[in-house]
Design a protein around this ligand. Structure first.
Ligand SMILES: Nc1ncnc2c1ncn2[C@@H]1O[C@H](COP(=O)(O)OP(=O)(O)OP(=O)(O)O)[C@@H](O)[C@H]1O
Length: 210
């Protein structure tokens, strides 16, 4: 049987000597879209940072395609796209320059197509400090259409997006999964995605049995 893309084995997270969650076992496969759910402060962002390797402090085991991540760090990093809850956009740069910084070597015409695809046609040269919060988020999300990575890890990707943009992003996730990708995201918004899988992080708080 093929190993899952990513798996968590008896996984736990501690912050400031406080256990946020423990005993978490999960398998994330190609073709799946996952919603990491839970109340404020339960540890969703912390979990995403552990999955991406930004935080190496965790209990239990993280496996990439069946290999402990300690032996597959490069393989995970090169097949992963992570967008944090802050859009990671430099205000002084234009939308195109920001995108180019994440996608070196990609021609401007292709960058502009990606920006147009998220509704930013005509804003390619605008310095990002002139964009709205939702437009800044769209600059960050334009990376998705240029991504060749299998695993997308997205922290609150719907923040500040209008209804049409939320629906378009949901469709992008569906397309990515249909092409063999995997999406792991957090959101406090209700999602309209068929087959969406949910991991309720609150079920793994100390003293609760999942
Ligand atoms: N850099 C840090 N150092 C110490 N504690 C932190 C740090 N970042 C977060 N925490 C603590 O870890 C806990 C979980 O935070 P985290 O951001 O993972 O929660 P979350 O589930 O993503 O919350 P939200 O829904 O509000 O985004 C919180 O109690 C927070 O105070």
């Amino acid at each position: 049987m093929q190993a899952p893309l990513l798996s968590l084995v008896n996984f736990s997270c501690e912050r400031d000597n406080r256990c946020l969650f423990e005993g978490l076992n999960a398998r994330f496969n190609e073709g799946e879209i996952w919603h990491i759910e839970g109340p404020n402060g339960v540890g969703k962002t912390s979990l995403l940072r552990q999955i991406t390797g930004i935080s190496r402090s965790f209990g239990g085991e993280l496996r990439w395609r069946g290999e402990p991540v300690s032996r597959a760090r490069f393989e995970l990093a090169s097949d992963l796209l992570y967008i944090g809850h802050l859009p990671g956009i430099k205000a002084s740069l234009s939308a195109r320059e920001n995108l180019a910084a994440y996608c070196p070597g990609v021609p401007d015409t292709v960058l502009d197509q990606a920006l147009a695809g998220v509704g930013l046609f005509g804003f390619e040269d605008a310095p990002c400090y002139r964009l709205s919060a939702g437009q800044m988020r769209k600059v960050a999300l334009a990376r998705l259409s240029l991504s060749k990575q299998t695993l997308w890890v997205l922290d609150e990707p719907f923040t500040a997006l209008d209804v049409k943009a939320v629906a378009a992003l949901e469709q992008r996730f569906v397309g990515h999964a249909a092409a063999g990708g995997c999406v792991i995201m957090t959101t406090h918004q209700a999602c309209q995605i068929d087959g969406l899988k949910t991991l309720r992080l609150g079920d793994y708080q100390p003293g609760r049995s999942a």
